[in-house]
Write a protein that binds this ligand. Structure first.
Ligand SMILES: Nc1nc2c(c(=O)[nH]1)N[C@H]1C(S)=C(S)[C@@H](COP(=O)(O)OP(=O)(O)OC[C@H]3O[C@@H](n4cnc5c(=O)[nH]c(N)nc54)[C@H](O)[C@@H]3O)O[C@H]1N2
Ligand SMILES: Nc1nc2c(c(=O)[nH]1)N[C@H]1C(S)=C(S)[C@@H](COP(=O)(O)OP(=O)(O)OC[C@H]3O[C@@H](n4cnc5c(=O)[nH]c(N)nc54)[C@H](O)[C@@H]3O)O[C@H]1N2
Ligand code: SF4
Ligand SMILES: [Mo]
Length: 696
């Protein structure tokens, strides 16, 4: 452990992607205090309310403390405590039985937002077991940005806050609330204090929008159109980086012809952003060298995720902001074990052809199964049956689009094992539930494999409850029972040492350092070109035909699809206080927001006869939920902001903690998804409202 006086240094984790260096005070195996570490590379002392509540997880009465097996019907809430040996035996017997009967691919390994090294150990287990089906939420979380980047410019362009930027664009990203992927807002605030201009593209007036030079309050779901509008202004006014475009891009003429095909007026109509504001912001972005574009989740929450992400990479490229300090960079990894080696990708060379989603001709390099296709395999056995699932760090009943379909799929599985730290609506439907150890209770490595060129030391600071085990350890033990022992370690610490081995550091030495960062290398394209087939940024994809992809992002014909029965536009933003569906059971956080809330513009509230504080029905063609009305003019008329991720841990397990009542994904559908990533529509949905008079 790395101690500075009696404070132990570690990194915050599992309350979001993690990233902040923190100092933790411990006495008698209890955490007494947590504060931000001023030396934290990504946060410089910053800490958020989630982290201040993080220690309350450990001894919470909701905490699972024993492996259990189901003894009643699924979801009946009847469990029997069993030993770890029995739990692991039941899981391995069931998974091996299904493997024998239907093949290894009939077993899915499911993970939510990656929390630490456990994600990669799970992939390793799937690979060694022989199943190509690791199901993850990446269809709506980073895959569209990352993989569209790889196809377009050969790397995942991440925002660089460590070098100054003249202009910063927050495109559907609110770092004050989400600090996503370790882009901690304190570094952004520092840049703003030192004079960077800010452009914010967000349907609600966030704190950043208030500070922005330009705030573009677009209609939810129209990001692709707005990005094309930016491209049009910059190309038509010749504001792009002419030398870069000429030397380092492929297909600029075609891109130019494409933007000639629509008018800026049509973009203003679709997005609701005045033409003049689009022009001013595009000019501001193009004139600044360098400018950093921080892009968020909303880009990947529509059917057009691929085109929207592509349009933004094209924008970064033609303005000369790719691979430059203070722009959008290729973050080089430190000297650590490559992901492919860690997960033993070599053992399953034909994975691409065998994964469930190969059937749907998704984009090459998408290596996790989109949840929608996983559910189809369970429910309709398309393209083949999936009969069992092992889930860790995930609550699909809340997180996957179309919650009712998810419920049916979970119920239909022959066997379901879930590892979590508390009983959740999803775990309540399982056959076996395992009590996981969590942040602070075991040694871990953070940020491995997320493309930001840094790994963080997360040494343990307290012991877990006697029977709680880290996921890495559970998987290591399961691996030994399910596959050849030779692939596994005597002790799961072996995974930590394996990752660090090329660096020459032991885990203890790594902890002393705190983090390992790859070298800062910029403008490498000048000597080596871009890692694409043409060696240039592919504004037009040279392999579009081969991969059945759109060669250019274009304005879709059905963008403004308006459903008169559901005339309002629904969207959401993640809560600063909670992580997805997690931690509604932590009193410190729940006290700050006891209920799910829906933001409604005063005009819309008037039209629908809704008053402040009313309970409101929120309805889409897919379903209906209720949330508490908050009348607010930080959004535009006709737009509705509902809270996402709500279930009620205080309600009974037999009713699955009222998982349907206020759950945003009851409102979303999996009937239509974007082809490249299998992305459902989570933002920009047609909806309507009505007051629920009986409850006040
Ligand atoms: N409508 C809509 N849907 C969305 C999104 C949206 O914005 N809108 N966002 C999407 C995105 S970006 C993502 S990443 C996904 C998130 O989907 P998930 O990652 O499934 O989200 P959570 O609901 O946070 O579930 C995580 C679970 O892990 C448990 N947990 C915490 N720590 C540990 C641990 O150490 N070990 C184990 N085994 N379990 C642990 C928590 O208790 C919780 O039950 O949801 C996606 N779904
Ligand atoms: N507190 C907290 N932090 C988190 C998470 C969490 O659940 N809670 N989740 C983590 C995860 S897994 C992820 S992927 C990241 C995501 O982090 P972000 O990308 O920041 O995610 P969101 O909150 O979904 O959306 C960000 C902003 O987009 C705006 N928005 C809504 N609809 C639209 C739209 O159609 N277009 C545009 N341009 N903007 C829109 C919202 O008002 C919000 O301000 O956060 C991570 N950090
Ligand atoms: S922003 Fe994230 S990493 Fe930082 S303190 Fe909060 S929860 Fe932890
Ligand atoms: Mo995410």
């Amino acid at each position: 452990m790395n101690k500075s006086s009696d404070w132990i240094k570690t990194h915050c984790a599992r309350m979001d992607h993690g990233g902040c260096g923190i100092l933790v005070k411990v006495a008698a195996n209890q955490i007494k205090a947590i504060k931000g570490d001023p030396d934290g590379y990504l946060n410089q002392g910053y800490i958020c309310p989630k982290a201040m509540a993080a220690a309350d997880k450990l001894n919470h009465p909701m905490r699972l403390k024993n492996p259990v097996k189901r003894i009643g019907a699924r979801g009946q809430g009847k469990w029997q405590k069993i030993s770890w040996n029995e739990a692991l035996s039941i899981i391995s017997e069931n998974l091996l039985k299904i493997k024998k009967e239907y093949g290894a691919k009939a077993v899915a390994f499911c993970q939510g937002m990656p929390k630490g090294l456990e994600h990669f150990v799970l992939i390793r287990l799937a690979n060694i077991f022989g199943s190509p089906n690791v199901v993850a939420v990446q269809d709506v979380c980073h895959a569209p940005r990352e993989i569209s980047g790889l196809h377009t410019c050969g790397f995942y362009p991440v925002t660089d806050f460590h070098y100054p930027s003249r202009v910063i664009v927050l495109w559907g990203s609110n770092l004050n609330a989400t600090n996503e992927e370790g882009l901690i807002c304190s570094l952004l605030h520092k840049q703003l204090l030192s004079g960077s201009d800010l452009i914010v593209i967000d349907p609600q007036k966030t704190e950043f929008a208030e500070k922005a030079k330009f705030w573009l309050q677009l209609k939810p779901g129209t990001d692709l159109a707005l990005a094309l509008g930016f491209l049009k202004v910059i190309i038509q006014e010749k504001l792009y980086d002419q030398v870069f475009v000429e030397k380092f891009t492929h297909g600029f003429e075609e891109l130019t012809r494409m933007v000639d095909r629509f008018s800026l007026t049509s973009i203003a109509d679709i997005t609701g952003v005045p033409e003049k504001l689009i022009q001013q912001s595009a000019r501001c972005y193009a004139a600044a060298m360098p400018a950093a574009l921080q892009w968020g989740n909303p880009i990947e929450h529509t059917y057009f995720a691929f085109d929207a992400a592509r349009a933004l990479v094209c924008l970064m490229a033609i303005c000369g902001n790719l691979d430059v300090a203070g722009g959008n960079i290729w973050a080089h990894e430190p000297d650590i074990l490559g992901l492919g080696q860690f997960v033993r990708a070599d053992l399953i060379p034909d994975k691409r052809k065998k994964m469930i989603h190969a059937f749907y001709h998704t984009i090459p390099r998408l290596m996790t199964v989109p949840p929608t296709y996983f559910k189809k395999a369970v429910l309709e056995e398309i393209p083949y049956p999936v009969k069992a699932a092992y889930m860790q760090c995930t609550n699909p009943l809340l997180g996957y689009a179309d919650s009712k379909g998810t419920y049916e799929a979970l119920k239909k599985l022959n066997f379901l094992a879930v590892s979590d730290i508390v009983m959740t609506p999803t775990a309540a439907l399982a056959d076996i539930v395992l009590p996981a150890a969590t942040q602070f209770e075991f040694d871990d490595i953070g940020h491995y494999g997320i493309g930001h060129g840094i790994i963080l030391a997360r040494p343990k600071v307290v012991d877990p409850p006697t029977l709680c085990r880290p996921d890495m350890m559970i998987l290591n033990d399961l691996g030994k029972r399910l596959t050849d022992e030779k692939y596994w370690y005597q002790d799961s610490r072996g995974f930590l040492e394996a990752v660090l081995q090329p660096s020459g550091l032991s885990y203890e030495e790594f902890v002393e350092k705190g983090y390992l960062k790859g070298p800062d290398r910029f403008e490498t394209y000048k000597s080596r070109g871009f890692k694409t087939p043409t060696g240039k940024v592919e504004l037009v994809l040279s392999r579009a035909k081969k991969f059945n992809l759109a060669k250019l992002p274009v304005l879709p014909a059905d963008f403004a699809g308006f459903d008169p029965g559901y005339p309002l536009t629904l969207t959401s933003a993640k809560s600063r206080l909670f992580l997805h569906s997690s931690y509604r059971w932590l009193e410190k956080l729940r006290k700050k927001q006891p209920e799910p809330e829906v933001k409604i513009h005063p005009q819309t509230a008037k039209d629908y006869q809704i008053n402040e504080g009313d309970m409101v029905n929120i309805e889409t063609r897919q379903g209906c939920i209720i949330q508490r009305a908050r009348i607010s003019d930080i959004i535009r008329p006709g737009v509705v902001y509902a809270d996402y991720g709500w279930w009620f841990p205080e309600k009974s397990e037999q009713e699955l903690f009222a998982w349907q009542q206020s759950n945003y994904n009851i409102l979303t559908t999996a009937k239509k998804v974007g082809r490249e990533f299998g992305t459902p529509e989570l933002k920009g949905l047609g909806c309507r409202l009505s007051p629920l008079d009986s409850i006040k």
